[in-house]
Structure formats: C-alpha cells, structure tokens
Design a protein around this ligand. Structure first.
Ligand code: NAD
Length: 368
C-alpha cells in the first residue's frame, strides 16, 4: 500500500523530530511492505517567515489532499510579539478546523523503564499504567454562547456548556470502538450531579453502551476522576469526556508519566485523515542542539499507523521498539533523571530505534 502523508515540520525542534519520525516510518514501511510518501508543507513561524502567514492555503489544500497529517510543533520567541491572529499557534486551530477534527486521543502511558520519572509514589507505579483519554474537541463550553454583561453585582461574564445528542454519540462511539481495540474498559467522565449537559451526556452514553455489551462501561464524576487518576491510575483503560474536562484530565494524566518528550496525540474527524502530533511544543531552548527526544513524535507516527491507516501490527512494532530501547537504558536528557546513565542525543536515540526495528532504510519516497 502507498500512503501520502502531509509533513508539517514547523519550528524549533519540529524539523529535528519530524526527520526522526520519517526515518522510523520509512523503516517500518520497508519491513511491512508499505510506501509512505512524505509531502512537506509550511506551517507556523516557518510559514510566516517564508510567505507572511502562519497557515498558507497551500498547506491546508495539501493536508486535505493527503491520507494523513504529521505535525512537529510551532512557535518560538521570534514570533511572540506578533498580533494574536498572526502568531504561529493560530495555525493549530486553523488546521484542526479545516480538517474537521472533533476528537482528541491522548495516551498517557508509563513506560516501565521510566517509572522513576513519575511524580507518583513507587507503589502506585509498580504495575505501570496505560490510559487513553478521548476528548471531545469541537463542542462544549469552549464553543458555546459567551459574553459579558451588567448583572446584579455589576460587570459579569458567562460561557455556556452545550452538547447535542449527535455530538455525544459521535465521540461516544469512537470511545467504545477504541476500548474494543484495547482492554475493553471505558469510563465516561461528566458532572451529571450538577450539570444538565452532563445529564444528557450520561443518558446518551448509557444508551450507546447497550450496543457494546463486550465493553465494561462505567461513569465517574469529574472531581472523582481527577482524584482517582492520582490515587490509582492503573484502574483506567479508556476515558471519554467533554472538551473542558478532557483538557484538564489529559494534562493531569500526562504529567503522571513524568515525561513530556514521550507523549503523543491524535486528532481525528469524520474521515480517517487525522492530525498526529506530540503534545509538547517547539522547545526553543533546545532547538538545533540535537537534544530533543524524538519519541513523542515517533509515537505520534505509530498512532497514525494505527488510527489513520489501520496498521496495528506496524504500530505495535514501533511502540515495542520504543519500549525495548528505553529498557536497554537508551535515554535522552529529558528522561535520564538521576539514573547516572549518559544521555543520548536525539539523533543517537533515533539510530537506536532504527536498529531495534531492524530495518534497512527503504528507497526514499520523500519529495524534499
Ligand atoms: P514546550 O513543550 O515547547 O517546552 C517545555 C519544556 O519541555 C522545555 O524545557 C523543553 O525543552 C522541554 N521539551 C519539550 N519537548 C521536548 C522534547 N521532545 N525533548 C526534550 N525536551 C522537551 O513548551 P513551551 O516552552 O511552553 O513552548 C515553546 C513554544 O512552543 C511556544 O511558542 C509555544 O506557544 C509553542 N507550543 C506549541 C505547541 C504545538 O505546536 N502543538 C504546543 C505547546 C506549545
């Protein structure tokens, strides 16, 4: 099979880590008989410098014409003084909207070799954990009616949480399907004891659950979920929740792994064409020094294989290679901790991963 991937390298460490991901994907492609064609497009500060805007039309058109989109990161101090509408980060909202991405998948996995990096007590991390948070991305309070007005006590502001059955079913089905592909457990998080929108969310999820008898389904109030995540993260497999609650819980869960350089994400919509990117930013403080950990970007590539292309074995191969390389003690500076191990550069880490995948570099199909 041939897959066309729009490659948005962006700024800071973006070009370094996307290069690592390209090498890993080409290697896994060669091993499994696929051809990945990478087509680079400008985004963020690099696009501002080249053509005067953070998200050129050509980039949007290229992404829409691709099978999937791989994004490094955007932003940096060079562009911080620009007006909000012209800043590199503006391109992120623009590309997500243009691709109609309504759900965000964020795994928070504690790799066995990195247990020491977690801020949790040793007894809580002994079993490890592997959580997938499915967050609704285009509805809820971030997009509801909002404004300011004069009320009983003077100036006031309001934001409205609103969800339709259609939106809840759409994200709910995706979460049940994701749970089926994993260990078959799904927790829906809401605040149905207080919020009307949460009561509709819960009713809709219960109705959906009847169609997925093979998935062990339960509900949690968001305050309890926040507590349970730090009390016993191992109890969770897939969590589905609204835009606001997902924003907060996914950051909490990712922090439990203790390593921003390891965390991938996927944003998906009606089509299989998703946007896959690490959760970290462009890390200007280490850009160009070969210090960046490429793992989050590479694991985002693995999510692309799994969720955009349905290539589960290939995704497993990449994830297992990351596991194995970490277990051998190959760590970049961000995850080396106080282990006393000499940290690897980003390119040395990539080389270890390529070696682990055991592939010869394929004939390159890159057009850059
Ligand atoms: P950041 O995630 O870029 O960096 C935070 C810290 O983590 C830094 O010390 C950095 O060196 C480190 N770090 C991040 N990724 C790493 C990696 N792969 N390997 C090793 N260390 C890593 O967050 P920030 O400093 O708040 O933001 C920097 C720029 O990135 C800003 O312009 C911000 O707007 C932008 N940003 C972009 C995105 C995105 O493109 N999706 C997300 C967040 C921030």
């Amino acid at each position: 099979m041939e897959y066309r991937i729009a490659l948005l390298k962006g700024d800071g460490i973006g070009p370094e880590i996307t290069e690592s991901a390209v090498q890993v994907l080409e290697t896994v492609g060669a091993r499994f008989g696929h051809r990945f064609v990478f087509e680079p497009y400008l985004i963020g500060g690099a696009a501002i410098d080249a053509v005067g805007e953070p998200l050129p039309d050509k980039t949007v058109e290229g992404c829409l014409a691709s099978d999937s989109v791989l994004l490094g990161a955007v932003g940096g101090p060079k562009w911080d003084a620009l007006p909000a509408d012209m800043r590199p980060e503006k391109a992120l909202l623009g590309i997500r909207a243009a691709l109609g991405l309504y759900m965000n998948l964020r795994p928070a996995k504690l790799f066995p070799a990195l247990k020491g990096a977690s801020p949790l007590r040793e007894d809580l991390t002994a079993q490890g954990f592997d959580i997938l948070i499915v967050r609704e991305l285009t509805g809820g309070i971030y997009f509801g009616e909002h404004g300011t007005r004069t009320g009983r006590y003077g100036e006031e502001a309001f934001d409205t949480e609103c969800y339709s059955v259609y939106e809840i079913e759409r994200i709910g089905k995706a979460a049940f399907e994701a749970a089926r592909k994993r260990s078959g457990r799904l927790v829906s998080v809401d605040k149905a004891n207080v919020l009307e929108s949460s009561r509709l969310w819960r009713r809709t999820m219960h109705r959906l659950a009847e169609s997925y008898p093979d998935v062990a389904y339960s509900d949690l109030y968001v305050d309890n979920a926040a507590m349970q995540l730090v009390r016993d993260p191992q109890q969770f497999d897939v969590i589905v929740t609204s835009n606001l609650f997902g924003d907060i819980l996914s950051d909490e869960a990712s922090q439990l792994t203790g390593s921003i350089g390891m965390l991938a994400s996927a944003s998906l919509g009606e089509t299989k064409r998703g946007l896959f990117e690490p959760i970290h930013g462009s890390a200007p403080d280490i850009a160009g020094k070969d210090l960046a950990n490429p793992a989050a970007m590479i694991l985002s590539g693995a999510m692309m294989l799994r969720y955009a292309f349905g290539l589960a074995d290939e995704a497993d191969a990449v994830e297992n290679a990351v596991d194995a390389v970490l277990a051998r003690g190959c760590h970049t500076a961000d995850i080396v901790g106080d282990s006393g191990v000499r940290p690897l550069s980003g390119s040395a880490m990539t080389a270890e991963l390529l070696r682990e995948l055991g592939g010869q570099r394929a004939g390159s199909a890159r057009r850059y």
